[in-house]
Design a protein around this ligand. Structure first.
Ligand SMILES: *[C@@H]1O[C@H](CO)[C@@H](O)[C@H](O)[C@H]1NC(C)=O
Length: 246
C-alpha cells in the first residue's frame, strides 16, 4: 500500500516536470578473446524506446519509428558512418583487448619442478615427477616426451589441486625403464606461456644425489673408524692401569 502510493507520487512528478529523455548507448559485443567477431552497436533512445540503431556488421543506421527511419536516412548520408565504423577498432577492439588481457585472461605462470621419485637400480623402473606450482587459471596440460615422442602409457597425473588461495598445483608421474642416451622431457602448456615449455630431465642430477650419498657414507665410515680407534685406545689405557696397580 505504502509502496504503490510512493510510486504514484514519483510518476506524477515525472509527468509534471515533463520528462523527455533522449540517450544513446554504445555497446561492444564479442564472443571470443581473439576479437574476430566484434560488433559495435549504437542505439538512440527516446523515453526508453529505441529510435534507431547502428550495427557495425550492417554498416548503417536502421530506424524503428517513423522519426527514426527519417533520421537514419539522414545519418546514413553523413561521414558519421565512417567515424562509427572506425570506432569499432579504436573504441571497441582497443577496450576489449585491455579487458581480456588485464582482467579476463589474467594468468600466473607455474613454477615447474622436475625430480626423480624413484631412482633406477639394477634394471628396475625409475619414476620421475613433474610438478607445477602456484599457477592460475587451473587449465593446464602437463605431459612427457621420450626422445621427442609423447609418452601415453605409465603416466599418472593428479587433478589440478586448489591451494585455496586462487592458485593451483598439479603433479605428473612417469614410470619408465631407463635406456642409455635417451632424452626425457616434461612439457607444460599454460595460458601464461606463449607456447609449450619443455623441461629436460638431466640424469646428472641423479649423479649428484649419488655423490651426496657417497659423501655421507664416507663420513659415516670415517666416524665409525675414529670411534673404534678411540674406543680401542681407551680400552688399552684403562686395561693398562689394571695390569699395573699402584
Ligand atoms: C547486427 O547485424 C547482424 C547482421 O544482420 C546480425 O547478425 C546481428 O545479430 C546484429 N546485432 C545486433 C546486436 O542486433
Amino acid at each position: 500500500m505504502f509502496l504503490s502510493l510512493q510510486l504514484l507520487l514519483l510518476l506524477t512528478l515525472t509527468v509534471r516536470t515533463g520528462g523527455y529523455y533522449q540517450y544513446t548507448t554504445n555497446e561492444c559485443l564479442a564472443s571470443s578473446p581473439d576479437l574476430t567477431d566484434v560488433e559495435y552497436i549504437v542505439t538512440y533512445h527516446f523515453n526508453k524506446d529505441p529510435v534507431m540503431r547502428f550495427n557495425s556488421t550492417v554498416g548503417e543506421f536502421v530506424g524503428f519509428t517513423e522519426f527514426g527511419v527519417k533520421q537514419a536516412k539522414y545519418f546514413n548520408g553523413l561521414p558519421y558512418l565512417q567515424q562509427l565504423q572506425g570506432e569499432l577498432e579504436s573504441y571497441c577492439k582497443h577496450n576489449l583487448e585491455n579487458d581480456f588481457s588485464v582482467v579476463l585472461e589474467k594468468a600466473v605462470a607455474p613454477r615447474i619442478k622436475l625430480r626423480a621419485e624413484k631412482q633406477p637400480s639394477g634394471g628396475h623402473t625409475a619414476m620421475l615427477m613433474c610438478s607445477a606450482y602456484d599457477f592460475y587459471p587451473p587449465a593446464i596440460d602437463v605431459y612427457w616426451l621420450r626422445d621427442g615422442k609423447k609418452v601415453t602409457t605409465d603416466v599418472i597425473s593428479t587433478e589440478e589441486l586448489s591451494d585455496g588461495d586462487w592458485y593451483y598445483q598439479v603433479h605428473s608421474h612417469l614410470e619408465y625403464t631407463p635406456r642409455s642416451g635417451e632424452k626425457i622431457s616434461c612439457v607444460v602448456e599454460h595460458a601464461s606461456f606463449s607456447g609449450p615449455m619443455t623441461y629436460d630431465w638431466d640424469p646428472s642430477l641423479l649423479e649428484s644425489e649419488r655423490s651426496k650419498i657417497a659423501i655421507g657414507a664416507s663420513g659415516l665410515v670415517l666416524g665409525i673408524i675414529l670411534s673404534a680407534a678411540g674406543f680401542i685406545y681407551y680400552k688399552k689405557k684403562s686395561s693398562g692401569r689394571i695390569l699395573v696397580p699402584s
